[in-house]
Write a protein that binds this ligand. Structure first.
Ligand code: ROI
Length: 148
């Protein structure tokens, strides 16, 4: 079984609905189960400010899917939520990012694991702290972030 952390974010058309439905959609993926979820967090947009506040959450899942397979599954869910590829850092109905995948370091043109920006984003780290009780490891940062 793979243990994976995923960040969810939305700031369009009832963002709470999209994040909650996104969690249920992930739980329904083949060979995948949501083990734990964070609360919902509301935050100001990082990046361009002329967009609405975001709702963010992080979940912990177990899955038999491999990284690119899981990426395809998550992109299918984003598409079902009418995610449109607009401008970079623009508003979105649902954004699903793979943060950590076991202890894997993975570099592929479509996907980098651990997520290269996660360490800079409070809207990812704070829900991740909640889900893990501060007890997690980001592979390329060794155990520096394993607090307890
Ligand atoms: N800002 C916040 N607060 N939450 C997000 O999920 C989010 N996602 C993004 C950018 C545009 C970087 N800003 C964000 O993709």
């Amino acid at each position: 079984m793979n243990i994976v952390f995923i960040a969810l974010g939305s700031n369009l058309n009832n963002p709470i609905y999209h994040v909650e439905k996104g969690i249920r959609d992930i739980n329904h993926l083949l060979n995948t189960k949501v083990l734990k979820r964070s609360s919902l967090y509301k935050s100001k947009p990082i990046g361009p400010q002329n967009q609405r506040d975001y709702i963010n959450a992080v979940i912990k899942i177990e899955t038999l899917q491999e990284p690119i397979e899981l990426l395809d599954s998550l992109q299918d869910i984003e598409t079902q939520h009418h995610r449109r590829k607009t401008k970079r850092w623009g508003p979105r109905t649902l954004d699903l990012d793979i943060l950590i995948f076991n202890e894997l370091e993975f570099n592929h043109k479509r996907l980098t694991i651990p997520h290269p920006e996660m360490i800079n984003r409070d809207f990812v780290l704070i829900p991740l702290y909640e889900v893990t009780n501060y007890n997690f490891m980001i592979p390329k940062y060794g155990k520096l972030l394993q607090y307890i």
